[in-house]
Write a protein that binds this ligand. Structure first.
Ligand SMILES: C[S@@+](CC[C@H](N)C(=O)[O-])C[C@H]1O[C@@H](n2cnc3c(N)ncnc32)[C@H](O)[C@@H]1O
Length: 319
C-alpha cells in the first residue's frame, strides 16, 4: 500500500514493509486452521480468511461473547473487496448464510451483539429473532459524515443484543457505569442526593441506558485510528466486553476489520479470536494487538468508569 503523507498531529496507525512482514507471520490461514483446530491453539489469534471458508472449522460452544460488525447493506470498498448493496431479501439471505453458524460458536450462557444502520436493521432483527432471544437494541449516536441536501443526515447506528438463554447469561452492569455531569443537582436535607461536587462541577455515577451518546468515532488525532473505512471505537467495544464477557473469557468477531474487538479484549484481560478476509486489515489488527501490550488505556474509560464525550480535563484529574 502506498504511504500517505500525514499531518504532524495525525496519529493514524501505519505499518511499514518490515512490520507488514512481521505481523503477517502472526496470522492464521484457513490451511493453518485445518491443521490445528484446538481451542488452545486458536485462542488470541487473527484468522486471515474468508469467513465462509473457515466457519465450519471453528469449535462450537466456546465463545462467551460474539461481536458482529458485518458489511452493512451499502456499496462499500473494503480495500479492494467490494460489498455491493443488495435488495432487502437478498441481504437477509446473506445474513442467514452465516449467522446461525456464528451463533453456534457461543457458549450456552453466551451473548451476541450485532451492529447495523437503519437500512439493514430490520434484516438484523429478523436473523437475531430466528436464532437468539433478543434482549435489547442499543442506539449509538455517532457523529460522522456530511449532511445530505435531500435527506436527514444519518447520526445513529443500532447494536442488537441477544442471548442464547434468557434465564442464564452473564451481564455485569456495575462494570459499565457512566460518570455524567448533573444538570439539576437535587439535595435531601441539604446534602447532595446521589451526586458529588467536584472542582469541575457536579457528577453522578449512573447505570447506562440503551441510548449511547458518549462515544465518538475514531478520528485521525486519536492513536486508535486506522485507515479502515468503518472502524468501531474502542470505547464502544469496551462497554460490550465489560458487560457481557467475564475476565479470562473468549470474545469472537467474525468480521474483525482493523481488530478493534480483539484489541479491546486484550486491554481488558479477555481472550479473543477474529476472522478478517483482508490481509492489510488483519496486519493492522495484529499491530494494534501488539501495541496493546504496552498501552492498555481505552479512550473515555478511566478509573473503571465511562466518561461523557469531551470531559477530558475531568478524566485527567481523576486518572
Ligand atoms: C464493518 S467492517 C468491521 C470493522 C471492525 N469492527 C473495526 O473496528 O475495524 C467489516 C469487515 O468484514 C470484512 N469482511 C467482509 N466479508 C468478509 C468475509 N466473507 N470473511 C471475512 N471478513 C470479511 C471486511 O474486509 C471488513 O473489514
Amino acid at each position: 500500500m502506498a504511504e500517505k503523507i500525514r499531518a504532524e498531529r495525525n496519529h493514524t496507525l501505519t505499518v511499514d514493509d518490515s512490520e507488514r512482514l512481521l505481523y503477517s507471520q502472526n496470522l492464521l490461514t484457513a490451511d493453518g486452521l485445518k491443521a490445528n483446530r484446538e481451542l488452545s491453539f486458536l485462542t488470541n489469534k487473527t484468522i486471515c480468511a474468508d469467513l465462509f471458508d473457515v466457519i465450519d472449522l471453528l469449535p462450537q460452544g466456546v465463545a462467551d461473547l460474539v461481536v458482529i460488525d458485518p458489511p452493512y447493506n451499502l456499496t462499500k470498498d473494503y480495500n479492494g473487496l467490494k460489498f455491493r448493496a443488495l435488495n432487502q431479501s437478498e441481504y437477509l439471505e446473506y445474513l442467514r448464510s452465516w449467522f446461525p453458524k456464528v451463533v453456534s460458536l457461543l457458549k450456552p450462557n453466551g451473548s451476541l451483539y450485532l451492529c447495523g444502520d437503519w437500512k439493514c436493521t430490520s434484516a438484523l432483527q429478523q436473523v437475531m429473532e430466528e436464532n437468539l432471544t433478543v434482549l435489547n437494541r442499543i442506539t449509538w449516536q455517532r457523529e460522522k459524515g456530511r449532511g445530505a441536501l435531500s435527506n436527514w443526515k444519518n447520526g445513529m447506528e443500532d447494536i442488537w443484543f441477544g442471548v442464547k438463554n434468557a434465564k442464564g447469561y452473564y451481564f455485569d452492569v456495575e462494570a459499565v457505569k457512566m460518570k455524567r455531569k448533573v444538570l439539576a443537582p437535587y439535595r435531601e436535607n441539604g446534602k447532595p442526593k446521589d451526586w458529588k461536587a467536584t472542582d469541575d462541577g457536579n457528577v453522578r455515577l449512573t447505570y447506562p441506558s440503551n441510548f449511547w451518546d458518549d462515544i465518538s468515532i475514531p478520528y485521525w488525532s486519536m492513536p486508535e485510528n486506522t485507515d479502515h473505512p468503518t472502524q468501531k471505537p474502542e470505547k464502544l467495544l469496551a462497554k460490550l466486553i465489560l458487560a457481557s464477557c467475564p475476565e479470562g473469557g473468549l470474545v469472537f468477531d467474525p468480521f474483525l476489520g482493523s481488530g478493534t474487538t480483539s484489541v479491546v479484549a486484550k486491554k481488558l484481560g479477555r481472550n479473543y479470536l477474529g476472522v478478517e478476509i483482508n490481509k492489510e486489515y488483519a496486519v493492522w489488527a495484529e499491530k494494534r494487538i501488539a501495541l496493546a501490550n504496552a498501552n492498555k488505556t481505552v479512550q473515555g474509560y478511566v478509573d473503571g468508569v465511562f466518561w461523557e464525550r469531551n470531559s477530558l480535563n475531568l478524566q485527567k484529574k481523576c486518572a
